[in-house]
Write a protein that binds this ligand. Structure first.
Ligand code: SRS
Ligand code: CA
Ligand code: ZN
Ligand code: ZN
Length: 264
């Protein structure tokens, strides 16, 4: 089963592949360097083509390739900024991605079930926002979503903290906010949200649940990440204005590539 992120496999990688610490004159501090290494381990654990484990330098090159930056394998303040303040200074290159072998749902109706809730929002709100997140996608494609309350749904949705029964334990407040599995049987399509985050409907401080749900459901439908900072499928979260939030053209092109345009 393919997890929507490239984060977990890294735990299995051998150590000792540290990036050369750049000279202080290069403007990269040691904490930034450490953060950069953790970021690369989580998001670029292996070569996207060969699927082999990579050195950190190669992972950095992968990241530079993804963001269309000069492929130097060296840290600099520009790439550090992308890692820390994700939407700053990134070239506006629209590009969605699909998972290898492009898994997708083949039935016209895909079912979902909300298995567990967060303490931060009412049941009503979570139900409403999940439905809204599905609508964001379904209005662009010829696929319908139906909520079921019992039994096994294609997409099982829930909140959990720490280890929660798959091989991808959550990591406490911050860092990874959620994850989802690409379409398929069993865990396929399922979306999990870290209960150690503070979830919000946009009316208070915290992580905008509608945004995160729309991102995760994009993975559940078969989308990988986009290098377009305006895309919902961009890999990092920024505070979102829930009122004005909508899919970008890049998200729409990506999802329509898989499922075609809605015709009714
Ligand atoms: S996923 N579905 N692609 C998860 C994605 C997510 O959680 N991305 C991280 C993120 O933006 N976290 C915000 C808080 C930490 C900020 C510090 C820098 N940083 C879902 C989301 C797009 C809705 C990515 C991330 C950003 C990150 C990290 C991860 C530091 C680890 C460590 C699997
Ligand atoms: Ca977390
Ligand atoms: Zn999980
Ligand atoms: Zn993601």
């Amino acid at each position: 089963m393919q997890l929507a992120v490239l984060c977990a496999a890294v735990c299995l990688l051998p150590g000792g592949l540290a990036l050369p610490l750049p000279p202080q004159a290069g403007g990269v501090t040691e904490p930034e360097w450490e953060h950069a290494q953790n970021y690369l381990k989580r998001f670029y654990p292996y070569d996207s083509k060969t699927k082999n484990a990579n050195s950190l330098e190669d992972r950095l090159k992968e990241m530079q390739k993804f963001f269309r930056l000069p492929i130097t394998g060296m840290l600099n303040s520009r790439i550090i900024k992308i890692m820390q303040k994700p939407r700053c200074g990134i070239p506006d290159i629209a590009e969605y991605s699909l998972f290898p072998s492009s898994p997708k749902w083949t039935s016209k109706v895909v079912t979902y079930r909300i298995m567990s809730y967060t303490r931060d929002l009412s049941y009503f709100k979570v139900n409403q926002l999940v439905a809204k997140a599905f609508e964001m996608w379904s209005k662009e494609i010829s696929l319908n979503f139906k909520r079921i309350r019992w039994g096994i749904a294609d997409i099982m949705i829930g909140f959990a903290r720490g280890a929660h029964g798959d091989s991808y334990p959550f990591d406490g407040p911050g860092n990874i906010l959620a994850h989802a599995f690409a379409p398929g049987p069993g865990l396929g399509g399922d979306a999990h949200f870290d209960e150690d985050e503070r979830w919000t409907d946009g009316s208070s401080l915290g992580i905008n649940f509608l945004y995160a749900a729309t991102h995760e459901l994009g993975h559940s439908l078969g989308l990988g990440h986009s290098s377009d900072p305006n895309a919902v499928m961009y890999p990092t979260y920024e505070d979102k204005d829930s009122e004005n939030f909508k899919l970008s053209q890049d998200d729409i092109e990506g999802i329509q590539r898989l499922y075609g345009e809605r015709r009714d």
